[in-house]
Design a protein around this ligand. Structure first.
Ligand SMILES: [Zn+2]
Length: 154
């Protein structure tokens, strides 16, 4: 099989983050890409809309892709998310057997990979994806900062 050239889908995840901000949600977006390079799910945070604290962008795209695939595992898939996943999402990313995780901004408050629980360093984590951080980090950070600044008011 011929290796495919790398194509980042982070710009689509950033679009989803912007759409989330427009809905009044914390601006985080995610895109799930199949082994063949097709976008199988894309979404942004919907915790307020769904009144569901687990409706993070990563959870929504993994749920949608698993439902479409009729499987609880997504081997060979790539996940792009604009912000470092929280511990809940990191655990689900491992459980879903996601192959590669690309994230943008680090999240000192709620992140679960580079800080805090560091989910993928635990032996209890049965599958560890390849992790690439910092892709589109600046834009993701700017979106988040703008969102929280606007909510606090001038
Ligand atoms: Zn999360």
């Amino acid at each position: 099989m011929k290796a495919m050239p790398f194509t980042s889908f982070m710009h689509l995840a950033l679009d989803e983050a912007r759409a989330a901000a427009a809905r009044g949600e914390v601006p985080v977006g995610a895109v799930l890409v199949s082994p063949g390079g097709e976008v199988v799910a894309r979404d942004g945070n919907r915790t307020r809309e769904k009144a569901d604290p687990s409706a993070h962008a990563e959870m929504l795209v993994i749920r949608a892709a698993c439902a479409a695939a009729g499987s609880e595992r997504l081997p060979g898939h790539d996940l792009y998310v604009t912000l470092e996943p929280c511990p809940m999402c990191a655990a689900v990313i491992g459980a879903a057997r996601i192959a590669r995780l690309y994230y943008g901004a680090a999240d000192p408050k709620s992140g679960g990979l580079g800080q805090g629980p560091r989910i993928f360093t635990h032996p209890q984590c049965h599958h560890v994806p390849e992790v690439y951080d910092g892709i589109g980090a600046r834009e993701a950070e700017d979106l988040l900062k703008g969102f929280f600044r606007d909510r606090r008011g001038p």
